[in-house]
Structures are given as C-alpha cells and as structure tokens.
Design a protein around this ligand. Sequence first.
Ligand SMILES: [Zn+2]
Length: 319
Amino acid sequence: MGNTSFIKKLPGTDSPEPALTPPDLDSAAPTFPKKPKLGGSTKSRKRDIPEGLWTKCPKCSELIFDKELDENQKVCPKCQHHFPIGARERINALVETCSFEEMDPQMTSVDVLKFTGVASYKSKLDAYKKKSPHLKDAVVTGVGMIGTQRTALGVMDFAFLGGSMGSVVGEKLTRLIEKATEGNLPLVIISTSGGARMYEGMFSLMQMAKTCGALAYHAKQKLPYISVLTHPTTAGVMASYASVGDLIIAEPHAMIGFAGPRVIKDTTQAELPPGFQTAEFLTERGLIDAIVPRKEMKAQLSTYIDFMLTGRQSAAKSS
Ligand SMILES: [Zn+2]
C-alpha cells in the first residue's frame, strides 16, 4: 500500500516513459535480442523491461516492483490479480514460523517406462530439477502449524512439469494423508496442476485411486480435509483428491475443470457460457464452497480448521 510511488510508472499513452525502458518501439533494431512476439502488433504497448526488477501485470498492465510483488504474496496491488506462486513461498505464508516439518523431501521420480518422445522423461526431470533446485517434484508435503492447529499440509507447484501428478506426487500426498489419519490431524491440500503425468502412463493414473483411497480412511476418522484449488487445477488432479474435500475453496479467478475450455468448445462445437470453468462460475453452481483471496488464506484456513475440529469434538461427545 505504501509504495504508491512505484505505481506511477504506468506505460500509458500520455505518461512519460519510465527511465528503464529503451526508446521508441518504432526504432526497428532491438537493444538486445528478444524472443519473437507471437501475434504482436506494432501498436503493442509492451516494452523491454530489465528482468528481475519489474513485472507487468497481465490483467491491468501495471508495472509492479518485484520486491513489492513478493511482499504482497504475488498479488497485484492494483487489481488483485493472483500471479503464480511457488509451493515453498506459499507454505511460508501459511504456517507459523519454523513450524513446518517437511516429509519425504528427497523422493524423486523414476523413469519406469523409459519414456521417449520429443524429449525423454529423464531429461525433462533433470532439466526441471536444475531449473528449480528447491523442488524434487511437483508437490511439497509436511506438517506445520496453521494458527493454533497442527495441520498436514500438501502444496503443489505448477513450475515443476506443470504441477503434473506422477507417482511421486501421488505417493507423497498419500503418505501425508496417512500421517494425518494416524496423527488425528486436519488436512489441507493446495492444488495446481495440469493433470496426470503422461510420461508415467498408467502409474500416474493409479495415483488418483491411491490418494482417494487414503482420503477415505482419513474421512472415516471424521477428520477435516480442506481442498484449496488454485489457478489452474485441472484433469486427473481435479478428478481425484482436489474435488473430494469436506470443504473446497478456491483462489479468485482460478481456472478449474477437467478438460480445458478450448478443448470442450472444440469437441462440443457449442458456445460456452461466460466465465465457464472459473472459480466464480463453479461457486455459483455449488462445486466450490468459498473463494478466498490469497492474502486472507491463512486466517480463513485457521478459522475453518478450528470450526471443523470443534464440530468433530462435539459430534464425538454426543455419539
Ligand atoms: Zn494488476
């Protein structure tokens, strides 16, 4: 809120150019080689901005100082657009300081099928591990304090192979759920995924049944499970553990569905209703219970967990 001086640097038509941008777009020779812009017109207001300093909001075109964006949990301070956020950043924002004990941090995927396509699965895995050294796969799991409650927490990361669910994601989440069941802990899984990991074929699809099986045992103990859907949550993940929460909440404007809207439109040749497959659309229709902005997530999760555990205790007393 305080840094409104940064917000003045709008690449608007009349405002003077920010000092960091190179001169006019019309001068054809770019200062440094940039990837070609697909479908970009010469009228585009895009400017070359030094990386690592500013980020342009895709929704309101505001230039946001990266530090400000980080401090704001990757939410645009002007229009509240939710940028993608890494699993570890999210955990930091949700759990009490130093309370998170990670589970299975070293578990990594194996190329059982010796999959080769445009690129081999092994080379993909190696590349992603190098790109995000703090991740071994697309989920981070562990137990931490959310408010006053010890909670089993699994957080997916879209930056690792599109948050795809392979055997490691399935196994780590299953172990987390089983730990929650054994330890009488509430469970929160924050999903973001393009679906099952096709490099692992049937092994990835099996994770849908495995995670849901473990969740059924967790539910038998009448322990609460909150599923948080973030942009995007689709396909095999949405068709398994993400959609079976006792409480299902979502971040604003997250795309949620099985197949993407473009695929559905092409297949059915029908016009889709406005806002199709957004969190708001699905809340109106009852699939999602509440939309919670990222900055309110910690407080809301804590309230929900407290409420559900109190309900569980009073139900146990009366039965
Ligand atoms: Zn914005």
